[in-house]
Write a protein that binds this ligand. Sequence first.
Ligand code: ATP
Length: 333
Amino acid sequence: MVRKCVLCDERRAVLRRPKTHQQVCKDCFFAAFEDEVHRTIIDNRLFKRGDRVAIGASGGKDSTVLAYIMKLLNDRHGYGLDLFLLSIDEGITGYRDDSLETVKRNEEQYGIPLKIVSYKELYGWTMDEIVREIGRKNNCTFCGVFRRQALDRGAAALRATKMVTGHNADDVAETVLLNILRGDIARLSRCAAISTGDDGALPRSKPFKYTYEKEIVMYAYFKKLDYFSTECIYSPNAYRGFAREYVKDLEAIRPQAILDIIRSAEEFRFSLTAKMPEQGTCERCGYISSQRWCKACVLLEGLNKGLPQLGVSKSRGSAKAPSASSRTPIFLA
Ligand SMILES: Nc1ncnc2c1ncn2[C@@H]1O[C@H](COP(=O)(O)OP(=O)(O)OP(=O)(O)O)[C@@H](O)[C@H]1O
């Protein structure tokens, strides 16, 4: 017997939605997926007319689907946004160079202009060079810290007023658990927010905050989107990997678990005595920092001085400025 779609009750059901386990047809799946993202954008007032929105585009599935759907919803609902693709080239041979080729094709396919900013031009180092210097342990710290700032710098060059990234519901749930496991109260207090930037930084948001990774993969597959699916060649962060597996196990037992973790984090109330970082600007590069020197400057100082471990172990924004004698200009661009 042919099973009918539970939403339209007309067409044949061809898939089971991972989020709800409903048996649906392709068209109803697309409509439900797109409407949920639209609702997230509207309910949370993520944009205003005339915003210049930089889409963090890595060429991977999440940001490729994000770029596609931002264009689709902007056209369909008349958001009035100027969209840009912003890619950071970390300088990882055999990984980022290939994924950037995908983003270049996306630029053509979606008609969204692309800007590429590289670690080499900003910091004077590629990730390949950094890994040669420091080995595979801790290289994710450098990459994550540099990427965050590089996205801000690229967005500034585009005169963007907002930035969006492809972080999905699984990523958010995983980050909530990770911050609990680390006892990182400051990060825990902000990691479930859909937007950040109240502190004067460029507002960033996650339109896929409630979108399941499995549905993003399914959407990309059925829409035949062009994306790059290889994992980074440098060692993955083991602790995050553990949280990721745990979220997947929970999802297999009860899909709602992902949304419940996010909702729990949204409702957390924090003790008034919990120590929170005070945002200011980095004395050295002028970008946002809760310390005298931002983490990117401390890490870069270590690299340039041949002391790459400097600042690596202090992962909670407790970067200290090195001594005055070592304050030399660092950004090449
Ligand atoms: N090199 C990059 N250039 C631009 N944006 C990036 C880059 N790397 C990551 N991002 C942004 O950060 C988001 C989360 O990145 P993460 O490394 O967790 O990859 P992911 O979950 O595999 O996402 P994707 O499938 O888009 O690569 C991406 O969706 C993208 O918006």
